[in-house]
Write a protein that binds this ligand. Structure first.
Ligand code: NAP
Length: 286
């Protein structure tokens, strides 16, 4: 079994980005990410910290705007519009989830797609469905999975891939990106009748649900590539993926750990998107 080491791969991506950012700075382009945080949810704070650390490593400027949970949709949209108009800002990230009184799709819709480094706007999601050539600002987690597969030279074309979870930010865009690369893709979700029947067929199994130990050893084909995207916190405070790692790792050919798999890849791809957005917004060709 080979461990798909997202921590190591992400560090390599960050190093390459740091040298690109240095070159851009010589040409007076300072890539900058603006981050909107509402409230102080501990998980959100922890994600924000990791993104800020990655910005520091790559040289991307970071500016954070904190709002109380009483903020209104209009106030958030006004801030986004201000950032859309700010030429010094190349990426806008609204840390999700938002409080229940805020209608998240309206917030996402307010972001200029050229600065949508999370790849959540309908424009960027829709474009991604066309082909790999149109994956300009692809959703960071699916992009992170693709980068991990590429790094380990795992062939996607012709592979039987099963994606468990069909959310708009992970499962659906991941399925589209795999289809763009000519995999045979099956997407499973809560209404799937016999999950194991599908997962057992998978050469590559990607799981993005958020339920600890959903995928057990009997649900995995011997030698399969298992990508565990899920993250949940166990009662003992430890983080867990969706896959029973201890047992599945004995059967899989490749597997991601949680933490240290897709999580750091997601953050690295956010940095990749921010650098890409800064280049495009400045017509920077290098
Ligand atoms: P989500 O919106 O809650 O989506 C979960 C998906 O799993 C839904 O499509 C849901 O179907 C499906 N599902 C729920 N129970 C299931 C079951 N028993 N069998 C099969 N499918 C089931 O969550 P998300 O935003 O996609 O995130 C999924 C997980 O990935 C979470 O644990 C999240 O923390 C993690 N995540 C990790 C990263 C990272 O960087 N590592 C990034 C993003 C998300 P229905 O919609 O039909 O209920």
């Amino acid at each position: 079994m080979t461990l798909l080491d997202g921590k190591k791969v992400s560090e390599e991506i960050l190093l390459k980005l740091a040298s690109q950012v240095s070159a851009m700075q010589v040409d007076h382009i300072m890539p900058k990410l603006a981050v909107i945080l509402v409230g102080n949810d501990p998980a959100s704070l922890s994600y924000i910290r990791k993104k800020q650390e990655a910005c520091a490593k790559t040289g991307i400027a970071w500016e954070q705007f904190d709002f109380d949970t009483t903020v209104t949709t209009d106030e958030l949209i006004a801030k986004i519009e201000e950032l859309n108009a700010d030429e010094k800002v190349h990426g806008i990230l609204v840390q999700l989830p938002l409080p229940k009184h805020i209608f998240t799709p309206n917030i996402i819709r307010a972001i200029n797609p050229k600065k949508d480094v999370d790849g959540f706007t309908a424009y960027n999601l829709g474009k991604m469905f066309l082909s790999t050539d149109f994956e300009d600002l692809a959703s960071c987690t699916p992009l992170g999975v693709i980068r991990l597969l590429e790094y380990y030279d795992i062939k996607v074309e012709g592979a039987e891939v099963v994606v468990v979870g069909h959310s708009n930010i992970v499962g659906k865009p991941l399925a589209a990106m795999l289809l763009n690369r000519n995999a045979t893709v099956t997407v499973c979700h809560i209404f799937t009748k016999n999950l194991a029947e599908h997962t057992k067929r998978a050469d590559i199994l990607c799981v993005a649900v958020g339920k600890s130990n959903l995928i057990t050893e009997d649900m995995v084909k011997p030698g399969a590539i298992v990508i565990d995207i899920g993250v949940s916190r166990l009662p003992n405070g430890k983080l867990s993926g969706d896959v029973d790692f201890a047992n599945v790792s004995k059967k899989a050919g490749y597997i991601t750990p949680v933490p240290g798999g897709v999580g750091p890849m997601t953050v690295a791809c956010l940095m990749e998107n921010t650098v890409k957005a800064a280049k495009k917004l400045n017509n920077y060709k290098n």
